[in-house]
Design a protein. Structure first.
Length: 615
């Protein structure tokens, strides 16, 4: 359970930066402006208003302790060199805006190596952990930048007051969890379960590992997303990671606000009580779980997902726990393909092992394969390597695909086709570049496998390649796969959306039209897609209605349940009824596996899509 912060009322907190050097004409202008600000601040009494020209006036404390410079046209302190940072305390002006006080006292620390800033310092939000406990106590954060940033001498009584304020502030800092700018991680698995049962709050668990690119992206890009941070405030958030990453103050540098022993303990609890490990006792990471008040899993999704997909999971879990919740689905949020409701992924079902190799492990394995030191198990080693999101692994697979000889005529036994299929099932989205080479191959089998692989990888960067391949494709049996790939790779693209809506309504080829309808389910939610699916389901031919049912299942939106129940009752023992029943299973359980059969019958799928439907 997170420690309650100590609330101490202190005067406004001042952060002064000494020795800031600017480069070029812009830097000189910024320095002159900073000196003018200092003079104005020193000449202003406590009761006077804050001037718009003051740089301190333009700094505001944002949500979660972020400091944003809102100076219109003001200096952007680029190419700066910070020699010393200090903390001091000041008074408030008549408007309640704190301003630097003309008083001594405070704390400072030199930055080793001059602290040269590699990027603009004040042009974007800046996290400041040291200020956050004081901000919660009602303080304001300021910046005084200038050649004489050290405060002037003050009367003895003021200096004593400020020294006492500083001491109390440091005590608040030590006694409070560091909030940082991310998710408020909790420290105890058992305490969260108790609080969840008492409060009816979902528990969010982020399973993460070190040294692997997808896990690193989740920490750096997804858990710091503003929408995710806001949604996480409605849950009790737990991090599960076996590796320690202690910071200088003893807290975890990867998951601020807790210590490493806490997230390691959570990992042990989750591994023992919830997850299904593979034969090597490995669990899938990254992976995300949402528990209800009774401790059961309500939503889970294995492997890497985007912020928009995790946002969908948050909203869905919150609504499942509290059907009356008014939480709204963020714009662009969509369900991940590997979503499971009321259960977790079975790590024993995969071919490549649950956990991907770390970079070091992958490089060692690649070296062994290149030098011929592998003694058997080459195919299994390839399956492990293609799960690694590292450039060396992708380069190795590209060379391997070019090195492998083709199979018999038509590519029927071509090992390259099998490897491309495995990439579609197991590899990170960045492997689209490995597959793209075969998108315009003269071999029909390789083109078809490339289309399905790119559909499953769903990398937006591959959209241009998918469009090109679709434009050149002459075989409808392969073109229909490119249409499906268009839906996943261009889910948020306006041009793709328009093209698929048009194909779903007007394409003269029934096979292409039906697959365009299915592809609508992969697009970002919107009224235009909803209207089209509803119209096709109620007015279309039976095969089109079945395709619309499959698309509704892909959206994972429960609003379609009533319409699908009616469709299943109106046409019993027909392909349409089968599609409706399968879609209902998906909407109630999350897994896409029930769609495998209806898509074979309706969309004429031949190549399996194990990434979506499992083995």
């Amino acid at each position: 359970m997170a420690r309650a912060p100590v609330r101490i009322v202190v005067p406004a907190l001042r952060v002064h930066v000494e020795g800031l050097r600017h480069g070029g004409r812009d830097g000189d202008r910024a320095a002159r402006r900073a000196r003018r600000v200092e003079r104005e601040d020193r000449g202003r009494d406590d009761g006077e208003e804050c001037g718009e020209s003051s740089h301190a006036r333009d700094l505001r404390v944002g949500r979660a302790g972020r400091v944003v410079c809102r100076a219109g046209g003001g200096p952007r302190y680029t190419r700066g060199r910070v020699d010393r940072i200090g903390l001091g305390f000041g008074h408030r002006c008549g408007h309640g805006h704190g301003r630097p006080a003309d008083a001594g006292g405070g704390w400072g620390a030199a930055l080793p190596g001059g602290g040269r800033a590699p990027r603009p310092t004040w042009s974007r939000p800046i996290s400041t952990d040291t200020a956050c406990p004081l901000l919660r106590a009602g303080a304001n954060l300021w910046s005084g930048i200038g050649p004489d940033a050290a405060p002037a001498q003050a009367p003895r009584q003021v200096a004593r007051m400020q020294a006492l304020s500083l001491l109390l502030g440091l005590l608040a800092l030590l006694a409070s969890p560091r909030p940082g700018t991310g998710i408020a991680w909790q420290g105890s698995f058992e305490d969260c379960l108790k609080r969840s049962a008492a409060e009816g709050t979902p528990v969010f668990i982020a399973i993460n590992m070190d040294g692997e690119a997808a896990n690193e992206r989740m920490v750096a890009q997804v858990y710091t997303d503003d929408t995710i941070i806001e949604l996480a405030d409605s849950c009790l958030a737990l991090a599960a990671s076996v590796s320690p990453h202690p910071a200088w103050d003893g807290e975890c540098a990867r998951f601020p606000g807790i210590v490493c022993d806490e997230h390691r303990s959570v990992e042990a609890h989750v591994r023992r009580r919830i997850l299904k490990a593979d034969a090597g006792a490995q669990i899938v990471a990254p992976q995300h779980l949402f528990l209800g008040p009774n401790g059961d899993v309500v939503v889970s999704v294995a492997y890497e997902i985007t912020a928009s997909e995790l946002a969908w999971c948050f909203v869905t879990a919150i609504r499942m726990v509290d059907p009356g919740s008014k939480v709204r689905l963020p714009s662009g949020a969509r369900a991940p393909k590997r979503l499971i409701l009321n259960g977790v992924a079975d790590a024993t079902a995969g071919d490549g092992g649950a956990a991907p190799l770390t970079r070091e492990e992958a490089l060692t394995l690649i070296k062994a394969m290149k030098t011929g030191l592998m003694r058997g198990g080459r195919h299994k080693a390839l399956l492990r390597i293609l799960t690694v999101d590292e450039p060396e692994a992708r380069d190795f697979l590209e060379v391997e695909l070019r090195r492998i000889p083709g199979g018999r005529a038509g590519g029927r036994d071509d090992p390259r086709a099998n490897l491309i299929r495995q990439i579609g099932v197991l590899s990170p989205p960045s492997y689209w570049a490995v597959v793209a080479e075969f998108a315009t191959s003269s071999d029909d089998k390789l083109r078809a496998e490339a289309a399905v692989a790119l559909e499953q990888l769903a990398a937006p960067k591959s959209l241009k390649q998918v469009r090109t391949a679709l434009g050149k494709e002459k075989d409808p049996a392969i073109a229909k796969n490119w249409i499906r790939a268009l839906g996943t790779t261009g889910s948020g693209d306006k041009r793709t959306r328009k093209a698929l809506l048009k194909r779903a309504a007007k394409d003269k080829d029934e096979l292409l039209r039906v697959n365009a309808v299915v592809a609508l389910g992969s697009l970002a939610p919107g009224a235009d897609v909803d209207t089209m699916l509803r119209m096709i389901f109620t007015e279309g031919q039976p095969v089109e209605r079945a395709a619309a049912a499959c698309a509704m299942a892909f959206t994972r939106d429960p609003k379609w349940i009533e319409l699908l129940e009616q469709g299943a009752a109106d046409a019993p023992d027909t392909p349409l009824s089968d599609a409706c029943k399968a879609a209902l299973q998906v909407l109630r359980r999350g897994s896409l596996a029930p769609l495998r059969g209806p898509l074979r019958q309706t969309a004429k799928d031949v190549i399996p899509r194990k990434r979506y439907f499992g083995n």
